[in-house]
Ligand binder design. Structure first.
Ligand SMILES: *Cc1c(COP(=O)(O)O)cnc(C)c1O
Length: 440
């Protein structure tokens, strides 16, 4: 139970709507337990980052062991074994990538990605300094990340302070503008992109790899990312891919850009890198990008960026162990099997009255909730925010839920078993059933 007067200001939360927050005291596997003894299955994977479930002894052991030896050492003028080993591991899972730059959260990794892309153009005197990105993208909450992202509800208050980015239409399959099929619309998006690229001013295109997650669990149509990648290389535009939510297996493959047959110049990993146990993120660049930063000290070509906790040894050690476990336990193969459960439930969930559209890929499912399937009007109620209502409903059904606008997002820890995932989806469908009575 929250204290009578708590001092915590919660993220992205209308504080006046909550008089108390459930206090989690313990977590094991897929289950969270609060101070009142209530249990919830973690359908949020601790904000999309948990891989093996909670309290995994291997990951805890790796943290404990490293913390006992070297708890922090900077990468300024120094290095350490966990940072070296992890960088090799990350390059190993990322074909085409050559160097790893560490940060401690995804937003910072994207700030670095944008700075790398801009400075690489400046190092090479390309004369290009404009950035392009996709509408509805999300890359984090810092100013650079908000500028290249931009979901109006999230960032509207800061719009006048965001830097200028060419925003290109993003493909979608639900709520298509009138007169388009999904294929036509993806073609339209690519045409719009090519028109902008043809001006020869674009330094880099920034987009999420595989799907727009925070923008609403919007999975790109087959072939879209490959076509974007080809457009970028044809027009000399650097391709920056955000793998923070989609990489490390969430969408079914280790690096989503490989599955999408695309060739980025810069990528960013975050969320699942440490298995969800400590905060760490990384930006990776190709040799071509990296080499443009080399030169004499007087030339000032080095990357102008660095954080205090960059490459923290404890975070790096747990990330190394996490990466090893992906191999030892064939997590990607396991996900291919487990994710079929989402497919088995999609039809049934889609027939529920609240479900306008059900989208899923790998270990992610988004159920877009509407008040009317025909008009596709998003669900609305005067009983409070959708997030608050579904959180409470979820808790009653033994599920931890955090909605994205009118989308019910189900993103379990990646190593969830088939039985546990079926249980989670049974609970979600019972929850949707009670939501019908409450909301419609
Ligand atoms: C979460 C997320 C980020 C930001 O990461 P933080 O660690 O929350 O700063 C960036 N891009 C995508 C696609 C994300 O899902």
């Amino acid at each position: 139970m929250a204290k009578e007067s708590s001092s915590v200001w919660h993220p992205n939360t209308q504080m006046s709507e909550w008089d108390e927050f459930g206090s989690i005291v313990e977590a094991k596997g897929m289950w969270l337990t609060d101070s009142k003894g209530r249990r919830m299955m973690d359908a949020v994977a601790s904000m999309w980052c948990n891989v093996w479930g909670h309290s995994d002894p291997d990951l805890i052991g790796a943290m404990r062991e490293q913390a006992g030896r070297l708890q922090h050492s900077p990468l300024f003028n120094l290095t350490h074994e966990p940072a070296e080993q992890l960088a090799d591991g990350l390059v190993g899972i990322s074909p085409g990538m050559h160097r790893v730059f560490y940060t401690d959260n995804g937003s910072s990794a994207m700030e670095v990605a944008v700075k790398m892309a801009l400075q690489c153009n400046s190092n090479k005197n390309t004369g290009r300094h404009k950035l392009a990105s996709l509408e509805n993208g999300y890359h984090g909450d810092t100013f650079g990340a908000m500028s290249v992202g931009y979901i109006p509800e999230f960032f509207g208050r800061f719009r006048s302070h965001l830097f200028d980015v060419e925003r290109l239409p993003a493909p979608r399959q639900y709520r298509l503008p009138a007169g388009f099929t999904p294929e036509d619309y993806a073609g339209h998006c690519l045409d719009a992109m090519e028109k902008v690229f043809a001006r020869d001013e674009t330094a880099a295109l920034i987009m999420e790899s595989g799907a727009q997650m925070a923008g609403g669990a919007l999975v790109y149509p087959e072939g879209f990312q490959r076509s974007v990648s080809r457009l970028c290389s044809r027009h000399g535009v650097l391709l920056v891919l955000d793998e923070i939510a989609s990489g490390f297996g969430r969408l079914g493959s280790m690096a989503q850009y490989v599955a999408q047959d695309s060739r980025p110049d810069v990528i960013a990993y975050g969320k699942m890198m440490t298995g969800g146990y400590l905060t760490m993120a990384a930006t990776l660049a190709t040799k071509k990008v990296y080499d443009s930063f080399l030169g004499g000290p007087e030339e000032g070509r080095h990357l102008f960026h660095g954080h205090t906790y960059t490459g923290n040894p404890v975070a790096a050690a747990v990330a190394c162990r996490n990466l090893e476990m992906y191999g030892e336990r064939d997590l990607i193969g396991r996900i291919a099997r487990t994710s079929r459960i989402f497919g088995e439930y999609a039809g049934r969930l889609g027939r529920m009255r609240l479900a306008g559209d059900v989208r899923h890929k790998g270990m992610m499912m988004g159920i877009e909730m509407v008040s009317d399937k025909h008009s596709k009007d998003p669900i609305a109620t005067t009983k409070g925010s959708i997030n608050r209502i579904f959180f409470e409903l979820g808790r009653r059904h033994g599920l931890y839920i955090r909605t994205l606008g009118n989308i019910l997002l189900l993103v379990p820890p990646l190593a969830i078993s088939e039985e546990e995932l079926a249980e989670m989806l049974d609970r979600a469908s019972a929850m949707l059933k009670s939501a019908e009575t409450l909301i419609l």
